[in-house]
Design a protein around this ligand. Structure first.
Ligand code: XIL
Length: 322
């Protein structure tokens, strides 16, 4: 009776991970240690958490998470260096010119990458650079530096985190549409600069039925696989990095649960069918602390364990797919 990570390791892949916010919750901590062999700090390594004012670095929470990984033998996916969100105003509204903003990026990347040089197995170097139609998202980085900010970030990450696998990470690229094409363009852009990229992270914040915030539902297994291959064919690894499969919480019934379970199974099968898919991370242990209800009104119940830490149908579906 293998746990999740034991099952995927037997299939020759590297890990099953979870997002982690450390809190006094014994059952959650137990599951983190038994079901998972990797973790991603949910917020502790983001820019607002690590450099709230220019040059003032606050590493205590990131250290706590990095130490937890080390003490419990978990791999660590470090998240995230360059992102438009959870970015302090001193960066987004600092009015820096091109050269100065590149220096600000270098100072930040250098500080975090060297702090956790022996801890991070992976880094999400750039997060969410794309709009839904595959064009570049407007951000202080894009507006000031242009698309070159992406290869520049990867060049700096390689310089200061030479041991970590370096990922581009985004959401809604799981269905092989225009946004996936944008991710393909980003990988090619980085490679065209002669800069190293190891992988593309498919966040995987999915729905299994139409919701207010997503009129569609999750792609089928063939489409999930095609989307993974779209970037993997360029010579990089791929991974699911932030999986949840949310429901409309007011209309949960057996059919809804069955559809949700099938999505979890399809996701796992898609990863296992693509040889470059190195592992999968779910975005939290239990529904109790999931970010979904706070951000997507009326939606939730997207994880593998319920509020009382019981395994859900979703857990068994995911496990079947592994
Ligand atoms: C979310 C966290 O789960 C929340 O606790 C926080 O309030 C907002 O960010 N894409 C990402 C993650 O890359 O960092 C986000 O995490 C979810 C969407």
């Amino acid at each position: 009776n293998d746990t999740l990570y034991q099952a995927i390791v037997k299939r020759g892949r590297s890990y099953i991970g979870t997002a982690v916010t450390l809190r006094n919750e014994t059952k959650e901590l137990d599951i983190m240690k038994t079901e998972f062999n990797s973790m991603t700090p949910e917020n502790a390594m983001k820019w607002e958490s690590t450099e709230p004012s220019q040059g003032i670095f606050t590493f205590a929470d990131g250290d706590r998470h990095a130490n937890f990984a080390k003490e419990n033998g978990l791999q660590l996916r470090c998240h995230t260096l360059i992102w438009h969100s959870q970015l302090p105003l001193w960066v987004s509204q600092g009015g820096f010119d091109n050269a100065t903003l590149i220096q600000v990026m270098e100072d930040h990347i250098k500080a975090l990458a060297t702090r956790w040089a022996d801890n991070c197995n992976q880094w999400d170097v750039v997060n969410e650079a794309l709009n839904e139609n595959g064009t570049y998202r407007s951000s202080v980085f894009y507006e000031t530096i242009g698309e070159a900010y992406i290869p520049i970030a990867f060049r700096l990450a390689k310089k200061y985190a030479p041991k970590a696998l370096l990922f581009y990470n985004d959401y809604n690229i799981e269905d092989n549409g225009n946004k996936t094409a944008g991710a393909v363009r980003i990988v090619k852009l980085i490679q065209s600069y002669g800069v190293h990229i190891d992988g593309v992270g498919y966040q995987g914040h999915l729905t299994s039925e139409p919701t207010n915030t997503n009129p569609g539902s999750a792609p089928n297994q063939a489409t999930l696989e095609a989307a993974l291959r779209a970037t993997a064919d360029l010579g990089v690894d791929v991974a699911y990095t932030e999986l949840d499969v949310r429901l409309n919480t007011t209309t949960v019934n057996e059919a809804a649960i069955a559809r949700q379970t099938a999505v979890w199974e399809n996701v796992a099968r898609a990863c296992l069918n693509v040889k470059q898919c190195i592992g999968m991370t779910v975005w939290g242990v239990s529904d109790k602390y999931s970010w979904i209800p706070g951000v997507f009104k009326g939606e939730g119940k997207g994880l593998l364990f319920d509020d009382d830490y019981n395994k859900k149908e979703a857990y068994y579906g995911f496990k079947r797919g592994i």
